[in-house]
Each structure stands twice: as structure tokens, then as C-alpha cells.
Design a protein around this ligand. Structure first.
Ligand code: SF4
Ligand code: SF4
Length: 709
């Protein structure tokens, strides 16, 4: 009979596990390809390679930089509720506006197996259009104030507070990191602006001081670069009567350079044309080649030249400065047909005070089948005394996410701490309290109601086997306390339970602080009120079935080392997420399972706690070496009296009267009997004897009290 129950139970468990595996969704990693990036920047015509300096991919529409995309894991390290990072692909434009966010992968259990992916997507979509410089507050209750556009409120997700705070920080911190390094308005390093300083200098002086750069490329350099002699190209490609090809270029915004090169009036005209953030460069060349392609159209981006700075490319757009005006250039300048003024936009992160490189990208046809490419570059840096450097704004270091979470939940945390002090006092004064049966029952049911409603349903403080996986993983990956601090209710509860395990065993949690345990106890109460006859599981079978929960626990722990994702799914054997976290608002297989366990509790009190709960099993293992056995017993317990054995609803008292502390949930019911001379047979007998006038000595002899073992 026992063997049959055992086998049937295990089969049922594995069948249920299979059902859950089928119902649950594994989070697959999304690969970052051009189509995904294009879904963020639909106008993109060119998506650059990931940069080596700042790990972003620039996105262009033709030659215009639209923005950057980046994976948050390359920039920030914020573990989510599951202990692993939430990796997002984020796109921001050159003004720091979020263009779109896509989920690459995550392990947040609440979005994988609880609420589903939709609330997460809805939350993330709220960031589209927000500017990285805005202060974002996750707060469903607050409304945006039109007078304060610098602060925006986004709706949180009920039951996923920690996950959404981590997502928020992941988006903002990674975007801000990119913006500060690449976008001028967010630059954290000093941004250079040219001083209103002018010194008259000749062309020769400008050249000698490096204010105008002469980049000389010989025929040999070019031929070496192509790895082919220049005369093998069509005759009009190079004018080989020149030995060299000289490119001259200069930064015009600095008056000492711009005024000396262009003349005062032309410099003023240029400054009048330039838009804020635009930096102008004069470029010209002479010799056997030209930096301008044959089909170059004035007013467009030059294909053969571009600037780079810190590994980032900056297209140079022709200003068409000389379309209606004659050139009045500095005396002594070489004569050239291709003098042009180009602009670069600092909004895209360009800083004229930093070293930059001019790139020459040559792509020419040798014949109608073969093209040859060559990329050359030349560095240009200007003296610091030409610029004013803006001081980087000193910003207050942002508070760690967990600090903000604790501040927001200070009231909940305080109430929880007070309730933990209360339950400690109940244990310390258990005999005094249980002596008054009515008061004890009132205190106990009030506490269980508080546990279910506040700790469970309102604060989402149901401890779970899932909380243990990150601890197990930390054996391999290292311990990070920040991860555990993210949920203050769980942190405080786990801290208290962990300490109490080594003092009184698992019972203080299972009997008083477990919301699902409280719910089961309420179901047991309903069963008594409905006079449902309890199924009598023979003690022998009962004590064998205890081991099922340990088998489940071992299975889950082994699985968690093999695959946390699979272990998370297998953890659905716990009905906590359905009954407590999601309050039964879930797909039907999960709801059916949780209800089935509760219904089973109508006939077998706390059926789930007794035989299934891997968390209870884990706590029993940890609490095995608890400091003492606090539930007092008498000599008569077990022989001849077996009342407590029958009255213990979960049958943690053996027929011999011993308490199995691995099973006991410390409900203190047996202590109520122990202290009640109307219920406890030895006390009843003593009371009768006392009434009959027996002396005090005889009473003590009959009612010898065991000291705690
Ligand atoms: S055995 Fe499990 S469900 Fe029962 S009270 Fe303990 S932790 Fe909660
Ligand atoms: S009745 Fe006693 S032995 Fe049974 S669970 Fe409650 S405290 Fe433990």
C-alpha cells in the first residue's frame, strides 16, 4: 500500500512537471542583426561595425549619422531579480532621444513564467521618445508635470517592482554612458570652444605652427598603398607630372586660423552661416590627384574624405561656401581648383579640442572590371591655447538601485520588522500566551491573515526555492550582495529566517511567515468547519512520503547547476507564484494545479507542506542542526497519552510522542494542549486529583514535567 502511494505520488509529480515544461516559455537570446537594428532606425541605409572604443554601432542614412545602437550588457552590469543581467538593444539618435529598445535576452522569472512578456514590452516601450537627459521616475501613480519637462513618470508593473527598476536603470545608465561619450550636449569630458583670440599670421607661419596641416602623399606612397604602379591606371586618373599630392586642411572656427586664411569679412560671413555646433574646415589639394571625386556635387558630403575621432567617423558636408562669392584666400597659399569649406556637427560628439584624423578613402576604377581601394589617414591636433574647455558638470553620484528601493519601501520594511519582533516575542512567551487559548488563537489567526495579505499578496514576500538558485550560482559566479538587497522584503525575511533556522529550525517560517502555508492553514480551518473527514494516512506511509519533497529538492538543485532556466520552470512545482505572486490570475494549468493542492488540503491537512514543498525540505535541511528543541514535552507524552500525536494537524509528532523538528511547523498547537488543564489528560487528571483533595506532593509526582530536550 505504502509503495503504491509512493510510486503514484512520484508519477503524478513528474507528469505535472512535464505539463509545466510544456506551458512555460523559455527565453531565447535574440541575435542582433541589421533587420533588428532597422526596426529601431527604419530610415537606416548603412549600419556600421561595432566600434572598438565605445561599443556602439553607428547608424547612417546615406552619409548622415542617425544615431547609435548598443547592447546594454556591453555598458552596464546590473543583475536583475534572477541574478543575471537584462540585455537590451537600445537605439538613441544624435540628440539623445531613445528611438527604440528591443529585448536581447533576460531571465526575469516574473516575465518569463509569471506575468508573461507583454507587461515587460509595454514598460520598455514607454521609453521610446524620451531623452536620455530627462529624469525618469518609475511611478504609476504620478502624472507628468507640463511645467517640468525635465522629469517624466513612467508606469511601473505591479508584482515586478524590482525587475522594472533594473530595466529602468539599465536603459538610462547605458544610454547616458553612450551619450556622454558621443553626444556633445551630454559630454562629460571638457568640450572645446574656440577662444575669441586673434593673432596675425602668414600662410607660412600657419603651416609651420601646424595650424594649417599639409599632408603630403608621394607617388610612391600611393603606389605602395595600391600595390600597383600608378601608370597602370587610366591616363586621366593621376597627373603624373607632379611628384606629390598635397592635401591642406585647417580648422576655421578659431579666429587665428579662420581670419588669417579667409580674411576678416569672409570669416564673418562664414560665422554667420554656421549653425550652432557646426565646425568648419577648409580643405584643398594640389598635385597628381584631388581629394574631391570627379562627380562631387557641391553642398553634399564628400565621399573621399571624412574625419574620425576616438574611432568614430564624422562625415564632412560641403558648405558650398564659394558658390556665389569669390575666394579671397591668404596670400602665399598654393593655387588650387578644389578649395572647399566643409562642416562637421559637434552634436554627433565631435570635439575640435581633441586629436582628429583626416581620412582619404580612394576608390578608383583601373578598368571596367577592376576597382582599387586605398585608405590613408593623417592626424591633426590644435594647440590648447586656441580653446576654452568647458568644465564637466559635477554630478551627484546616483544612488545604487537597491538604496532607492529601500527608501521607497521604508514603511513596508518597518512594519515587517515589527511583525518579526512580534513573532519572536510569541515564541519567547509561548507558554504564557498559550495558557490563554482564546487569546492565543486570536493572535495566531491575526498573524496568519497578516502573513497572507501583507507579506504574500501585497509585498510579494513569498520566499521560494527560486530565491536559492542565485545563491547556488554565486558559488560559481561569485557573491554580489547588491543582488540580494534589491528586494528588501525578501532580504529582511531571508535574514530573519536564516538566523531562526539555526535556533528553532524551519518551523518559525513555515508556521508563521509563509503566505502559502497560511493559506493552507485557512483551508484546513474551512475543512474543520465543513466537518470534512480527514483522510488518515498511516504513520508509516506518512513518514515515507516525507521524503518525496527531499527528492524534489535534490532534483531542482541539480537542475539549477545544469540550467537555471530549466530549474526555474521546474520550480513551478511550487504553487507560490500562482497563488501568492499572481493571486490566481494566470493561465489555467497553473491555477488548476494550485487549486488542486489546496483542495487536497481539505482532506489531508497541509498536504503540500507535508509531501511536496521543496522549500520546506530545504529549510529542514538547513535547520537540522538548530540550537534547541523548544517545544516542551511530558513523560506521559506518547505513553500513555497520544493526544498531541492526534491533534498535530501535520503529524509531526510520532505515536511515541517525539516531535520531528524537520516536519514541525511550530504552530504551537501542542503547547496550547500542554498548558491547558481542560485538554491535556495528565493535567486534567491532576486537576481532578487536586479537586479530590490530594496533596501537592502527589500532584507533582503524577505530573512530572519534562524539561526541553
Ligand atoms: S512547507 Fe512550504 S508551503 Fe508549507 S509552510 Fe513551509 S515553505 Fe510554506
Ligand atoms: S502541533 Fe506541535 S508538533 Fe505539531 S506542528 Fe504544531 S508545534 Fe509542531
Amino acid at each position: 500500500m505504502t509503495g503504491f502511494i509512493h510510486t503514484a505520488f512520484l508519477r503524478t509529480f513528474f507528469f505535472i512537471s512535464l505539463c509545466f515544461s510544456a506551458c512555460a516559455v523559455l527565453a531565447e537570446e535574440v541575435s542582433i542583426d541589421d533587420s533588428l537594428i532597422q526596426s529601431i532606425f527604419p530610415k537606416a541605409t548603412l549600419i556600421g561595425e561595432k566600434q572598438t572604443g565605445v561599443p556602439v554601432q553607428p547608424v547612417y542614412q546615406l552619409q548622415e549619422l542617425l544615431g547609435y545602437v548598443f547592447a546594454s550588457n556591453d555598458l552596464v552590469n546590473l543583475p536583475g531579480f534572477s541574478g543575471t543581467r537584462i540585455n537590451l538593444l537600445i537605439g538613441i539618435d544624435t540628440a539623445g532621444n531613445v528611438k527604440g529598445i528591443r529585448i536581447i535576452n533576460h531571465h526575469e522569472p516574473i516575465f518569463l513564467h509569471g506575468l508573461g512578456p507583454e507587461p515587460m514590452l509595454n514598460f520598455i516601450n514607454q521609453y521610446e521618445g524620451l531623452n536620455v537627459g530627462q529624469r525618469v521616475i518609475v511611478d504609476s501613480a504620478a502624472k507628468n508635470n507640463p511645467d517640468d519637462p525635465s522629469t517624466v513618470h513612467v508606469d511601473g508593473v505591479t508584482k515586478a517592482t524590482v525587475s522594472v527598476i533594473i530595466i529602468n536603470d539599465t536603459i538610462l545608465l547605458s544610454s547616458l554612458k553612450v551619450a556622454r561619450q558621443l553626444l556633445s550636449g551630454f559630454a562629460s569630458s571638457p568640450l572645446a570652444t574656440p577662444k575669441e583670440m586673434y593673432e596675425e599670421k602668414s600662410w607660412q607661419q600657419l603651416l609651420e605652427e601646424g595650424l594649417v596641416r599639409q599632408w603630403r602623399i608621394s607617388q610612391q606612397t600611393m603606389a605602395d598603398g595600391f600595390n600597383i604602379e600608378l601608370d597602370t591606371f587610366p591616363g586621366d586618373t593621376f597627373d603624373l607630372s607632379y611628384d606629390n599630392f598635397d592635401v591642406y586642411y585647417a580648422y576655421l572656427n578659431a579666429p587665428t586660423i579662420g581670419r588669417n586664411l579667409l580674411g576678416d569679412s569672409e570669416y564673418q560671413r562664414l560665422m554667420g552661416i554656421l549653425k550652432p555646433n557646426e565646425q568648419a574646415f577648409l580643405v584643398m589639394s594640389e598635385g597628381f590627384f584631388s581629394y574631391l571625386e570627379d562627380d562631387f556635387k557641391p553642398g553634399t558630403v564628400a565621399n573621399r574624405i571624412s574625419l574620425t575621432q576616438n574611432d568614430l567617423p564624422f562625415p564632412m558636408r560641403d558648405l558650398n561656401f564659394y558658390s556665389y562669392a569669390d575666394q579671397q584666400l591668404s596670400a602665399g597659399m598654393p593655387e588650387s581648383d578644389d578649395v572647399q569649406v566643409f562642416v562637421v556637427n559637434t552634436q554627433s560628439g565631435f570635439n575640435p579640442g581633441d586629436t582628429m584624423s583626416l581620412n582619404l578613402n580612394i576608390d578608383i576604377a583601373r578598368n571596367h572590371l577592376i576597382r582599387n581601394q586605398l585608405h590613408l589617414h593623417d592626424d591633426y591636433s590644435l594647440p590648447e591655447n586656441l580653446f576654452d574647455f568647458a568644465e564637466a558638470a559635477v554630478e551627484e553620484a546616483p544612488k545604487a538601485p537597491w538604496v532607492r528601493i529601500w527608501e521607497n519601501r521604508i514603511v513596508d520594511i518597518s512594519v515587517l520588522v515589527v511583525s518579526l519582533i512580534l513573532v519572536t516575542l510569541i515564541f519567547i512567551f509561548q507558554h504564557r500566551l498559550s495558557a490563554n487559548e482564546k487569546l492565543f488563537r486570536w493572535v495566531r489567526w491575526s498573524f496568519l491573515t497578516y502573513t497572507l495579505i501583507f507579506i504574500g499578496w501585497l509585498w510579494q514576500g513569498q520566499l521560494s526555492i527560486v530565491n536559492i538558485y542565485p545563491v547556488l550560482q554565486s558559488v560559481i559566479n561569485g557573491f554580489d550582495i547588491n543582488m540580494y538587497l534589491m528586494d528588501p522584503i525578501l532580504f529582511v525575511l531571508w535574514s530573519y529566517v536564516f538566523v531562526s533556522l539555526f535556533i528553532v529550525g524551519r518551523g518559525i517560517f513555515c508556521g508563521w511567515l509563509c503566505p502559502f502555508g497560511a493559506l493552507q492553514e485557512m483551508v484546513g480551518w474551512v475543512a474543520k468547519k465543513l466537518r470534512i473527514r480527514q483522510k488518515k494516512v498511516p504513520f508509516d506511509a506518512h513518514s515515507k512520503l516525507w521524503w518525496v519533497k527531499y527528492a524534489i529538492l535534490i532534483g531542482l538543485v541539480i537542475t539549477s547547476f545544469a540550467s537555471v532556466r530549466v530549474a526555474e520552470i521546474a520550480s513551478e512545482v511550487e504553487p507560490f507564484k500562482t497563488a501568492i505572486t499572481l493571486q490566481f490570475v494566470r493561465t489555467w494549468p497553473f491555477v488548476l494545479y494550485a487549486i488542486a493542492l489546496l483542495v487536497a488540503g481539505l482532506w489531508i491537512n497541509k498536504f503540500y507542506c507535508r509531501y511536496v514543498c521543496p522549500l520546506g525540505a530545504g529549510l529542514a535541511v538547513l535547520g537540522y542542526f538548530h540550537a534547541g528543541e523548544w517545544l516542551t514535552r511530558r513523560k506521559a507524552c506518547g505513553n500513555p497519552c497520544t493526544l498531541c500525536h492526534h491533534k498535530c494537524d501535520i503529524k509531526a509528532i510520532t505515536p511515541k510522542g517525539d516531535i520531528n523538528y524537520n516536519e514541525c511547523v511550530q504552530c504551537l498547537e501542542c503547547i496550547v494542549y500542554y498548558n491547558n488543564d481542560d485538554l491535556c489528560p495528565p493535567l486534567k487528571k491532576a486537576k481532578r486529583q487536586e479537586k479530590a483533595g490530594r496533596n501537592e506532593k502527589q500532584r507533582k509526582g503524577d505530573v512530572e514535567i519534562y524539561t526541553p530536550v
